[in-house]
Design a protein around this ligand. Structure first.
Ligand code: HEM
Length: 163
């Protein structure tokens, strides 16, 4: 039974990671360049895509943390993890901190920056203010891709030092 739970947990963890980090990768390297190339107002499409992607990312984040905690406790005891006495537990701490920063950036972008863009656009605000916010929003997505790729690298370190 424990094995079944672990397999399902690892599968969900992996799937949710693909949705979140893969979704960011797709937005930056396919959707955004494609929208810029073909549309006069690429921001409109990007806004609509972000709106659809946000709930998928939200649920992925929830699943990633729940299954991540389960997977951590299934292979190591709580005291082994919190004592930070091994390369594995130290790498896990860095991974959790990066995942928390990514989550913060994700929600800041979704709950603070994006509504500001929507409000300014609806009010017919100054174009340079809108495009400034859009640039800030894009930079936050880029930052999250960088952190996401670092988290994946740290996952490789976790495998190597699993013990
Ligand atoms: C951005 C967030 C995260 C991403 C992209 C991510 C990604 C991954 C991937 C791709 C794997 C390997 C596939 C698998 O075994 O299912 C993995 C394994 C793992 N993850 Fe995460 N993860 C994230 C956050 C977390 C968090 C927050 C925790 C803990 C609270 C965690 C704990 C683990 C553990 C313990 C493993 C197994 C490592 C081992 O075998 O020693 N992950 N993660």
């Amino acid at each position: 039974m424990k094995e079944v739970l672990l397999v399902v947990g690892a599968w969900i963890h992996l799937f949710a990671s693909i949705v979140w980090v893969g979704g960011i990768f797709f937005i930056l390297f396919a959707a955004f360049p494609g929208a810029k190339e073909t549309l006069e107002q690429p921001g409109k499409l990007m806004g609509a895509l972000s709106k659809r992607f946000a709930p998928l990312a939200n649920i992925s984040i929830l699943f990633i943390f729940v299954t991540g905690i389960l997977m951590s406790l299934s292979s190591h005891s709580l005291s082994e993890i919190t004592s930070l006495g091994s390369a594995w537990s130290q790498a896990l701490l860095v991974k959790i901190m990066l995942a928390l920063i990514m989550t913060g950036i994700h929600f800041y972008r979704g709950l603070v920056v994006a509504p500001k863009i929507t409000k300014l656009t609806a009010e017919g605000g100054r174009l340079e203010n809108i495009s400034g916010l859009q640039k800030q929003s894009l930079n936050l997505v880029k930052l999250n891709l960088l952190f996401g790729l670092t988290v994946l690298l740290i996952t490789g370190i976790l495998y190597a030092f699993r013990g």
